[in-house]
Design a protein around this ligand. Structure first.
Ligand SMILES: [Cu+2]
Length: 486
């Protein structure tokens, strides 16, 4: 078995995932992630994955009734699709659902038409019983993910997502643990006997507030997950927030925790002593070492105040590198073609707000014209970007490859938003409320109520690229726009 086929698909947390990453046509089995030795064998430049979108019976545990989840094969319980930086992933999506779907490669710089967004963005819609193969160059190492970008609110909530780890051969190999956070909409009076309830995903006034959150929290698809840390040394925790609306605020107890990557890209490592906001779509890589005493735990901070629900870690049998040896090897990842120029070619502003009643001017722009508040909200246009609910005034900006755009973002509202850039990462230049993020490259950033940030992006991939809120009820009620790169 070649190096890729052994390493290409690795499962952490003891679970199987139906992402068969195959080389030469033969699907590859699962393997636990542990400390790995560097190999002298070269990596094949092409990796293949077969992702079958299909319904599958599952249970989350904790008294939730079994239900049909949508998956890419088997249940996602902490496994990841893996490749090595520099490879190209050819991922065949086979649609065995009764509805059309697509795949979006969140955090990856793909080419026009491969991004999983249909319509003006040119990616094909994959009908039931049809297949499409995506070309995904694994340019940037890190913890990324893939998910449906068609009817995303419904399809992601029902489970159509999975982590994608692009390994960096320069980084030390540590014992790893994948941690996918999600929440599930349920109904029923008895918490020991909840039923999954998809009707809560229908259009509702919640879209105009914080979005639709599920009452049942899971890690790796389980209410009571098994979370093994290395017996000694540092564990690399790869966190992903796959929820459609819930911002978490994770914190750790009886653990030393160092953040080494944000949204996949290496950052200047910092010690995580205070909880941080962790919005839908975001990733965070944390090195964890248990304290000598006490039970190591993560608290999810799911209500944004207080510690929230705690999950205990256990100690496995694996050993890993010490923190002292591992930490110095992690450094900021900044591909030169994305490092912004000091003097931007253009300065732009993005203001997020709700429509408010203004009988003279109108409450917001729809179909290119100011409209009354009633006309906006009757069709669930609860959010505006620069006063516009539907992009009818064209792109947020247009520029050429290599140009730097300075973008100031203002959250003029009382809820969180998570801005996600397709096509590339952008650098955070100023963020008064979250200073540790300054300088980091992100594809998704959480803005607290009334927050203001300054970003710079050096345009990299030609095409039209969406920019939207990853609180998906906000996305479908006005919070999306796009930018154009020639
Ligand atoms: Cu939002």
């Amino acid at each position: 078995m070649s190096r890729l086929s052994k390493r290409a698909l690795l499962a952490a947390g003891g679970g199987a995932i139906g992402l068969s990453l195959a080389l030469g046509g033969a699907p590859v089995g699962l393997q636990m992630v542990g400390p790995r030795q560097a190999s002298a064998e070269p990596s094949p430049s092409i990796a293949h994955a077969k992702l079958t979108a299909q319904p599958q019976s599952t249970t989350l545990g904790g008294g939730v009734q079994p239900f049909q989840r949508w998956t890419y094969g088997e249940i996602n319980d902490g496994a990841a699709l893996r490749g090595i930086a520099g490879q190209t992933l050819k991922a065949r999506l086979d649609n065995q659902l009764g509805v059309p779907t697509t795949l979006h490669w969140h955090g990856l710089r793909v080419s026009k038409g491969m991004d999983g967004v249909t319509g003006m963005f040119n990616s094909p819609l994959v009908d039931p019983k049809q297949a499409f193969t995506y070309d995904v160059p694994l340019r940037d190492p890190g913890t990324h993910w893939f998910h449906s970008h068609h009817d995303s609110l419904n399809q992601i909530a029902r489970g159509l997502y999975g982590p994608l780890v692009v390994e960096n051969p320069e980084e030390p190999k540590l014992f790893e643990l994948m941690m996918v956070l999600d929440d599930w909409t349920v109904s029923g009076p008895d918490p020991q006997n909840y039923s999954i309830d998809w009707t809560k995903l229908k259009p509702s006034l919640a879209w105009g507030h914080a979005g639709v959150k599920g009452r049942v929290l899971t890690i790796n698809g389980s209410v009571r997950p098994r979370l093994d840390l290395a017996f000694s040394g540092a564990t690399r925790l790869r966190m992903l927030n796959a929820a459609t609306a819930r911002v978490f605020r994770p914190s750790f107890e009886n653990l030393e925790a160092w953040v080494v990557a944000l949204d996949g890209y290496g950052c200047t490592p910092f010690r995580l002593d205070d909880p941080v906001f962790f919005g839908p779509g975001q990733r965070m890589d944390v090195l964890l070492v248990p304290a000598p005493f006490g039970t190591p735990e993560i608290f999810l901070g799911e209500n944004l105040f207080g510690k929230g629900t705690g999950f205990e870690f256990s100690l496995g049998v694996e050993t890993s590198l010490t923190l002292a040896k591992a930490l110095p090897a992690f450094r900021p990842y900044q591909p030169p073609e994305l490092v912004p120029e000091v003097r931007p070619a253009q300065r732009k502003t993005l203001r997020m707000s709700e429509p408010y009643r203004d009988d003279q001017r109108g409450a917001g722009i729809l179909n290119g014209q100011w409209q009354a508040w009633e006309s906006l909200v009757k069709d669930h246009n609860y959010w505006l970007f620069n006063d516009v609910a539907d992009n009818s005034l064209g792109p947020l900006f247009a520029g050429r490859v290599g140009e730097t755009i300075e973008l100031r973002m203002f959250n003029d509202s009382a809820t969180h938003h998570v801005m996600h850039f397709h096509g590339q990462h952008v650098q955070i230049i100023e963020n008064a409320k979250v200073p540790h993020e300054v300088g980091s490259f992100r594809d998704s950033l959480t803005l607290e109520a009334w927050a203001e940030v300054k970003l710079a992006l050096k345009l990299d991939r030609p095409g039209l690229w969406p920019l939207h809120c990853h609180i998906l009820g906000h996305q479908v009620s006005g919070m999306w726009t796009y930018y154009e790169v020639a």
